[in-house]
Design a binder for this molecule. Structure first.
Ligand code: GDP
Length: 195
């Protein structure tokens, strides 16, 4: 998709701050350092609209980006960051849970996992959670440029098996370095915001 406008709207700490214009929302989730900010910047053709790993896992907010006045990316706090206090983790859980469960505008969850590693417990828990709620997920294997293309399938197989990827969900390889997967991910997103 041609991105003609992309703007940061708000770091929301709760539902009262979520936009009220009814535009469809795409949630982006993944553990800290997985490459989420880099992916957002690449998708939006911006160098630094979403910040890259300065303070991993510290921001416990939902960050809204409005794109082409047509949809929102909702950037989730990175999970699985050991140094976050337990109380913060619990708060994180509540906000995320209510967003995922109640947010009518949510069309698709983009879940990022590092292509090099088997999914973590947190990755599996997040995926299972979305399935229980009945959300559709596209799993994005990040940092594709870090392993040889000939080994992608082998790594995707591990991710698919460990997550027990549902047939209705899809998976793709992404690289913020090369732009691999960008068009495919936009294709998937557009499919879900148009329905
Ligand atoms: P976040 O914490 O999930 O937002 O992760 P960042 O986007 O900040 O990325 C974490 C680190 O991984 C940074 O050093 C990025 O430069 C690097 N990184 C992210 N995506 C890619 C990628 O596609 N390829 C490579 N080689 N490095 C990446």
């Amino acid at each position: 998709m041609k991105v003609t406008s992309a703007e940061f709207v708000i770091s929301a700490v709760g539902p009262k701050q979520y936009p009220t214009d009814g535009l469809p929302e795409i949630a982006l989730v993944g553990r800290s350092n997985v490459g989420k900010s880099s992916l957002i910047n690449k998708m939006l053709n911006r160098k630094a609209l979403a910040r890259t790993s300065s303070r991993p896992g510290k921001t416990q907010t939902l960050n809204y980006f409005r794109i082409n006045h047509r949809l929102y990316f909702v950037d989730f706090p990175g999970y699985g960051y050991a140094k976050v206090a337990k109380s913060v983790k619990q708060q994180w859980g509540k906000m995320i849970e209510s967003y995922l469960t109640d947010r009518k505008e949510l069309r698709l969850v983009v879940q990022l996992v590092d292509i090099r590693h088997a999914p973590s417990k947190d990755d599996i828990a997040m995926y299972d959670w979305c399935k229980q709620i009945g959300l559709t997920t596209v799993v994005v294997a990040t940092k594709g440029d870090k392993i040889a293309r000939g080994r992608w399938q082998q790594h995707l197989k591990v991710i698919r098996e460990q997550l027990q990827l549902r047939e209705t969900d899809s998976m793709l390889v992404f690289s913020s370095e090369t732009g691999q997967g960008r068009d495919e991910l936009w294709g998937t997103i557009l499919k879900y915001i148009n329905t």
